[in-house]
Ligand binder design. Structure first.
Ligand code: SF4
Length: 165
C-alpha cells in the first residue's frame, strides 16, 4: 500500500451481475470477489475461481454499477471478499459514498466478522453471516426477503438508520 492512495487501489474482481432480485433486501449488483481460500463441501461457486479476472478502481466499479439505473446497491459475494479485506473496504466505502446500499456475503460468524473488522461495525450495511454447511441445507430460512441456503446462516443490518426502499 505504500505509495498508493486509498482511492487508487486497483481491485481485482471476477465480474458484475446486475439487477439481482433475491440476494439482498434490495435490487443489487453482485460484484464477484477474486478468490476464496476455503473448500466448503457442496460449494455452488467453485467454478467462479476459474472465471476471468478484471482490474479497476473502486470508483470505476461503482460507476459501472450506477450506470444500470435499476441497481439500488452492491452485493459483495460470489467468492469471499474477506480474503481481500482492503479491496472489500474500499468497495464498501465507495458504494456508501455513492448512496448505494451495501451487502456482504461471508462465511464468517458475526463474532468473527466484528472481531476481524471492528471498523465495519455499525456501518449502514447488511451482512449475511455463516458458512455453507451441506448437511444444514434448508428451504425455510428466509430473512429480509432472502432465502438462505443453510439453517446456520443469518442476515443482519449492522447499524445506523435502516434504508427505506
Ligand atoms: S466460503 Fe463460499 S465461496 Fe468459499 S468455498 Fe465456501 S461456499 Fe464456496
Amino acid at each position: 500500500m505504500i505509495g498508493v492512495s486509498w482511492m487508487e487501489l486497483m481491485i481485482q474482481y471476477r465480474g458484475i451481475k446486475h439487477n439481482v432480485l433475491n440476494d439482498a433486501p434490495f435490487i443489487g449488483a453482485i460484484i464477484i470477489a477474486p478468490s476464496c481460500f476455503r473448500e466448503c463441501l457442496g460449494c455452488q461457486n467453485k467454478d467462479l475461481k476459474n472465471s476471468p479476472l478484471y482490474d479497476n478502481t473502486a470508483f470505476d466499479v461503482i460507476s459501472l454499477v450506477k450506470k444500470n439505473k435499476f441497481n439500488q446497491g452492491i452485493i459483495l459475494a460470489g467468492l469471499e471478499w474477506t480474503c481481500s479485506p482492503n479491496e472489500m473496504k474500499e468497495l464498501i466505502h465507495a458504494g456508501l459514498d455513492a448512496e448505494l446500499q451495501v451487502m456482504i456475503y461471508t462465511y464468517m460468524t458475526e463474532i468473527k466478522f466484528t472481531d476481524t473488522f471492528p471498523d465495519l461495525f455499525q456501518l449502514p450495511i447488511w451482512v449475511k453471516f455463516g458458512e455453507y454447511v451441506d448437511s444444514l441445507k434448508t428451504d425455510s430460512n428466509i430473512q429480509h426477503g432472502v432465502k438462505l441456503a443453510t439453517s446456520n446462516q443469518c442476515i443482519k443490518y449492522m447499524g445506523g438508520e435502516q434504508w427505506e426502499n
